[in-house]
Write a protein that binds this ligand. Structure first.
Ligand code: MN
Ligand code: MN
Length: 317
């Protein structure tokens, strides 16, 4: 069954709590956003630990407890979620995906002293402050995962539109801080995967078509060689860990537990895997204990933004 965005906008006002009464693509879009926040909050506890350190200190890490090197409260999220929310707010407020308002939103986000911030994000936002140019210079060094971790609002805003809209919209958001071919390829792959799962596509087809295309264009992304443990912030490492966990598991919970226990940049692998798993498995698949644990304000912002971006939102790029 297909619902038009216009119909949703008229009949389904933003709700405080998501229910499975939503049409499937909206249910999955909300689940993707909640999955992003849950993976971020879960993974942050073990960010920069090795799998061995996790085993010795915690055993199997499977609960949202806060702590970690950032000394977070249980349920607190990090830049992966808050930059996504800043991007989504900018898209909704400006009615489109435009580099300048996005750069301004990211700059305001940085001024508000986020708990963590990537080096590439900081450096290129400082440059934006000086130059007013929202597009960073292309750099082969800026292949971190900082643009890939925040693609979800673009995937939702461009859902149902021609693929080129997603590509252009992603350039606008990604190049504010990461102007890099590997980052772009990773971002686009993640966006199309989320959109495929929102449309209910089979994961085997999604893997073959989207991830297969990524690996044939950039063989460095191949993820069938060896177990990617302790993934760094390099977008290739990050996606290899995510794909290994995501395609080797069959539930939201197993996917997230598998990926965060690899350690390394675990809040970001958790966030990206949570986004994909939410989109694939839907709201009912998310463990209630994790939903309850996530900061309530963040949770309702994620739900409201997913609804707004998917519901009758007319977009200019
Ligand atoms: Mn983070
Ligand atoms: Mn991280």
């Amino acid at each position: 069954m297909f619902w038009t965005g216009e119909l949703i906008a008229k009949t389904a006002p933003v709700r405080r709590r998501a229910t499975s009464a939503h049409p499937p693509h909206i249910d999955r879009g909300i689940a993707a956003y909640l999955g992003l926040a849950i993976g971020d909050a879960l993974g942050a506890t073990v960010e920069f630990l090795t799998p061995n350190e996790i085993r010795h200190q915690i055993g199997l890490h499977s609960e949202i407890t806060g702590g970690g090197w950032l000394r977070l409260k249980a349920g607190q999220v990090t830049d992966d979620t808050t930059m996504s929310l800043a991007l989504g707010d900018s898209i909704i407020a400006s009615g489109g995906v435009h580099a300048k308002p996005i750069a301004e939103a990211f700059d305001a986000w940085m001024r508000a002293k986020p708990v963590d911030i990537g080096n590439t994000v900081r450096r290129n936002l400082v440059t934006f402050r000086k130059t007013g140019n929202p597009e960073a210079a292309q750099s082969e060094h800026d292949a971190g995962n900082g643009a890939a971790m925040r693609v979800l609002p673009v995937a939702l805003a461009c859902y149902g539109q021609p693929e080129n809209s997603s590509i252009l919209a992603n350039h606008a958001q990604a190049h504010v801080t990461h102007h890099n071919l590997l980052s772009d390829a990773a971002c686009e792959t993640l966006i199309f995967m989320v959109q495929d799962f929102l449309a209910g596509r089979d994961p085997i087809d999604v893997e073959r078509e989207r991830v297969g295309k990524l690996v044939s264009a950039f063989p460095v992304f191949a993820y069938d060689k060896r177990l990617r443990e302790n993934p760094s912030g390099f977008v290739v490492d990050t996606l290899q860990a995510v794909f290994q966990s995501f395609f080797a598991t069959e539930t939201f919970e197993d996917c997230l537990i598998d990926v965060v226990n690899r350690g390394g940049d675990a809040d970001t692998t958790g966030a990206i895997a949570g986004m994909l798993a939410g989109a694939r498995y839907g709201l009912d698949s998310i463990p209630k204990r994790w939903l309850k644990a996530v900061d309530e304000k963040i949770r309702s912002q994620c739900e409201a933004q997913a609804l707004a971006l998917l519901s009758g939102f007319s977009l200019s790029i």
